[in-house]
Structure formats: C-alpha cells, structure tokens
Design a protein around this ligand. Structure first.
Ligand SMILES: Nc1nc2c(ncn2[C@@H]2O[C@H](COP(=O)(O)OP(=O)(O)O)[C@@H](O)[C@H]2O)c(=O)[nH]1
Ligand SMILES: [Mg+2]
Length: 337
C-alpha cells in the first residue's frame, strides 16, 4: 500500500526518537532519526511486538500437528482454543475454524488457510479520506480512553500531514488535564501545525468550534481535534464528545469527516469493548491501534476489524513520527505468522 506522507519526512523536525523499543519517551526534543529504513524498521518492531501472538500461532499449532492426529472435531476445538489464546476472540475464532474446517494436510496448510482467512477479515474498506480533496477543511475528531495514545497519534499525524504540504490546525479540546494542552503544544511546534487552545478547564466544544472556524478563515486543509479520555463518568465523557461533535457540525455541516478511535493493542479484548462503547455513543469511522511494539495482543486486531466492521487505518509501533503508518493487512498478517 502506498504511503506517501514520508516524502519530506527528513524535514519533519524534532521527531522524538528512542532507539530502545518499548520505552515510553517524553516529548523532549531529541535528534531526528534517519528516515530511510522506516518501513522495515516498523516491520521489525511489529514482529517484535507480535512475538507473543506469533509464538501461539506458530509453535502451538505445530505442536498440535506433531501428534499426527486426524483433523477431527476434537482437533479443531483445540485449534480454536489456540486462536482464542492469541486474543482473536471467541466469535471470530469460531468463524475462522468453520472456514478452514474442510482443510486437509499438514500444519503449514492450516496456517496458510488461516492466514488467507485472516486477511479477508482485516480488509474492511474505509470510506473516508484524509487527502483534503473531497472536503476542505477536512475535520478529524480523535477519541479514546485515557492513555491509549490519542495525543501522540495526533502529533504523528500532524507531522506527516504538514510534511506532505498540508496546512494543519490542532484543537486542544482535552481541557480536562492541563498537561494535555502542553503536550499537544510541543507536538504542534515540532510539526509546524497551529494549535488552537483555550485556558485550562475551558469548554472543549468551544475550543473545537474555534478551531474549525479558524480553519475556514485561514484556509487550512486539515483540523485534528484532540479530546479527553476520562471524565468523572463515562456518560459525561460521551455527552461531552457529542457536544464537541455538535459544535463542529454547527460550522461545517458534514464534519467531522472522520471520527478516529484510538485503541491500545496491549489491552487485548478490552479494546473490543471500548470500541463498542464509543461506536454506539458517537459513531466511529476508523480505528488507530497503538503500542504494537510493546507486548501487543495482536490477535485483537482481527476481532476488532471483523466484529465491529470498522476499518483499521493506522497502526503505531513506537514513539517516532514514522512509527505511525497506514495499516497494511498483508504486512500485518506476515508479521503474525
Ligand atoms: N511504545 C509505544 N508507546 C506509545 C505509542 N503511542 C503512544 N505511546 C505512549 O503512550 C502514552 C500515552 O500516550 P498519550 O498520547 O498521552 O495518550 P492519550 O491519553 O490517549 O492522549 C505516552 O507515554 C506515549 O508516549 C506506541 O505506538 N508505542
Ligand atoms: Mg491526550
């Protein structure tokens, strides 16, 4: 899949860099990495992060076959267990088993069939675009629970969009935590995006409205709206998100053009539950999955895409700007087996 945001990546200044995988880094300004091997670097971090899942999907399946047993119901049941252990989810694991139950042959044949079927499940088409061509300004609202990586993802996206020549505005509509605005300011300065911010505890809907209004006035291409991930209650949070959405719509009736839900890959099936809640409350159009470089529970990617029928658009596997990439199902499945 072509990913053309990296054309001028070397110019994306001040990217946070950390050579050690899995180490959360602060937003300190550190040297920029050489961009050349970003794609292969991502694949190797992905493989690293998915090693737990891969071990289950390869070693455990091989072990199952080493007994030279026939592929009967008992065998398929054990195979289903293995898929569930790999965080694929009960429903999706059951469907996968049904689809491959006619397979005969060895471990490799079953793994190849699983790989094929998983690819199929991952290919949920996205009906949105970030090109800014269809609608300008193009508005993306970013939601998700606290700590999943919303602000970091916004920073990376803003950097990639500006490197691609887009004029980007970021709305600091997470006014719940003062530190959130500062964190965003650093990313905005680093990427050359403009941050629209109010003072602490301001009305987030007002911040979003101002940002969209400013984007129209200044002829910006893209507006990215950061939001809070935790309020006093979940109901409060969802009501606030709805209010932010209404404020955006007041200025641009068909906006937000994208509601991106950010999920943390280390949380396993919990991410599926979060996705359900957000989707029911505010309607999600695409997903971003972060922390695939950590001890990721990669199997959830398959159940999220399939069970929620939402497209996974971006994956994050590290803290550098280039560690956020468009999701490529084939690359992902290759890293799984
Ligand atoms: N290892 C790793 N850490 C990440 C990734 N994305 C975000 N983080 C870290 O997760 C933590 C929470 O991120 P933040 O963007 O503040 O989350 P938010 O509360 O949803 O806005 C920070 O320490 C980030 O550096 C990723 O892809 N990999
Ligand atoms: Mg945040």
């Amino acid at each position: 899949m072509a990913f053309n945001w990296f054309k001028k990546q070397g110019a994306a200044d001040g990217a946070a860099v950390n050579s050690e995988e899995n180490t959360p880094i602060s937003t300190d300004t550190q040297p920029v990495s050489a961009p050349s091997s970003s794609r292969s670097g991502l694949l190797s971090r992905l493989k690293n992060g998915l090693s737990r899942t891969r071990r289950i999907l390869t070693t455990d399946i091989d072990k199952l076959f080493s007994g030279k047993r026939p592929i009967d119901d008992a065998f398929l049941e054990e195979l289903e267990e293995i898929l569930i252990t790999a965080d694929i989810g009960v429903q999706t694991a059951g469907e996968l088993i049904q689809k491959i139950s006619h397979i005969s042959g060895d471990s490799d044949a079953v793994k190849a069939a699983l790989k094929r079927e998983m690819l199929e499940l991952l290919a949920v088409p996205a009906d949105t675009t970030e090109s800014g061509v269809l609608s300008r300004p193009w508005v993306m609202m970013v939601v998700g629970v606290n700590g999943v990586g919303k602000t970091t993802t916004i920073g990376k996206l803003a950097s990639q969009f500006t490197a691609d020549g887009k004029k980007v505005l970021i709305a600091a509509a997470d006014t719940f935590r003062a530190a959130a605005v500062e964190q965003l300011q650093i990313w905005a300065d680093r990427s050359g995006a403009t941050l629209i911010r109010h003072k602490a505890n301001a009305d987030p809907a007002a911040v979003a409205f101002d940002a969209v209004e400013a984007a129209v006035a200044r002829n910006a291409d893209i507006v990215i709206v950061d939001t809070a991930g935790r309020l006093h209650t979940r109901v409060n949070l969802m009501e606030e998100l709805k209010k932010i959405r209404r404020a955006i719509t007041k200025k641009i009736p068909d906006a937000p053009h994208e509601t991106l839900l950010v999920l943390d890959a280390t949380t396993g099936q919990n991410a599926v539950m979060q996705a359900r809640l957000f989707h029911e409350a505010i309607g999600v159009t695409a997903l971003a999955l972060t922390k695939l470089d950590g001890t990721a529970r990669g199997g959830i990617v398959i159940s999220i895409c399939h069970e929620l029928n939402l497209p996974l658009k971006y994956i994050g596997a590290g803290e550098k700007i280039e560690d956020l990439q468009r999701f490529d199902p084939e690359m992902f499945v290759d890293a799984l087996f």
